[in-house]
Write a protein that binds this ligand. Structure first.
Ligand code: PLP
Ligand code: COI
Length: 356
């Protein structure tokens, strides 16, 4: 059992007003979780303290070589007042997979989940209740050795901050327009694409700016070698429904194994909707859009939930997904996933964990 010291703030901030749209990731709660690591001593000094700046040596390794990781999950307020998490054990497992790739020490899975629950409990008043809102949870680890040589750090800080949020995209559940990038690449197999680390996101920014300029909200990445096969979007995995079959790129080492992705695949299987994890080429999408068999396209992610896609732009071609409206399966998945997360749909899979 993790022993967590709790120091409450003496100057709590006002909660956001009921009508605050809760722009994603802009408001932070009163407390944060911190735990330190030192080689020989292990993880220690777990504490919840008032939300505050982090003071680091300018030589701290995270600033120079990017040895850091992060996670993302959410706490939801059910109608009966319970506080619910969605598959937090999966975030704990993914943390350790990321850590392994980045030479960051492992964290016991139960300690990760316990730390999340403890800090959410302290700030549970910050969980918003309006439809499509939640408390976004951002666990992250940084390397803190003051050292300019390249090697894994001997000291780390694991922190968790919380942010009440509305929808990730300003479009909400309205379909988004996606830009298929054919110049920049984000990740290659054997690289760090399947780890959840800042390097993948900074690698995506130049293309994202380009896409924004053209009126597209997110970038869909192609494989880094042939630039022929679909990988994932900047902040979500991607699914296509073509001639009645749901297809999504197979986990190949360069895309993030999304927890929403895994849940959507499980739900499709349960509903007897044919689902395939395999390589998907841009040519196949182009063909499906042209011959009218592209029925639905949607992204999946913690922040994005289920996000329908209306347009895909590839080079000079704009592929329209049907008439640009939300597909039936996308809507059913959205209703089911967000219903499960908020305790409105019965959880038969043991995905929901209550914070007590
Ligand atoms: N892919 C990327 C690059 C992401 O940042 C995210 C968000 O976490 C996802 C996919 C979706 O993963 P998950 O469903 O676990 O949130
Ligand atoms: C998430 O969905 O949790 C993410 O991490 C996406 C993020 C880059 C905003």
């Amino acid at each position: 059992m993790l022993s967590i010291r709790v120091e409450k703030t003496t100057t709590p901030k006002p909660l956001p007003a009921e009508d605050n749209p809760l722009k994603f990731g802009t408001i932070f709660t009163d407390h944060m979780f911190i735990m330190n690591y030192e080689t020989g001593k292990g993880w220690h000094d777990a504490r919840i303290v008032p939300y505050q700046p982090v003071v680091l040596d300018p030589a701290a390794m995270v600033f120079h070589y990017g040895q850091e990781m992060f996670e993302g999950l959410k706490a939801y307020r059910a109608a009966d007042g319970r506080v619910l998490l969605f598959r937090p054990d999966m975030n704990a497992k993914r943390t350790n997979n990321t850590n392994k790739r980045l030479c960051i020490p492992q964290i016991p899975e139960e300690d990760f989940v316990e730390a999340v629950k403890a800090v959410v409990k302290v700030d549970e008043a910050w969980i918003p209740t309006k439809p499509d809102t939640s408390l976004y949870i951002r666990p992250f680890i940084i390397a803190t050795d003051p050292f300019l040589g390249v090697r894994p750090s001997d000291t780390y800080q694991f922190m968790i901050i919380l942010s009440p949020v509305g929808p990730y995209y300003p479009e909400g559940l309205d379909p988004v327009k996606i830009w298929i990038e054919d110049d920049y690449v984000r990740a290659i197999r054997g690289g760090i694409g399947e780890a959840k680390t800042g390097g993948n996101y900074v690698a995506s920014m130049a293309a994202q700016l380009k896409a924004h300029k053209e009126g597209y909200s997110q970038v869909l990445w192609l494989d880094g070698v042939e630039k022929k096969y679909i990988e994932e979007v900047g902040a979500m995995n991607i699914f296509f429904k073509i001639s009645g079959t749901v297809v999504t790129p197979i986990l190949n080492g360069s895309i993030l194994p999304g927890i929403t992705r895994d849940s959507v695949i499980a739900l499709c299987k349960e509903w007897n909707v044919p689902v395939e994890e395999r390589r998907v080429s841009v040519d196949e999408l182009y063909e499906a859009a042209k011959n009218g068999t592209m029925e639905e396209v949607f992204g999946t992610g913690t922040a994005a939930v289920i996000s329908p896609v209306s347009h895909l732009r590839f080079q000079d071609h704009v592929l329209m997904v049907k008439d640009g409206s939300i597909g039936e399966l996308s809507q059913k998945l959205y209703d089911t996933v967000s219903g499960l997360q908020r305790g409105q749909v019965q959880d038969t899979k043991g995905w929901i964990v209550e914070v007590k």
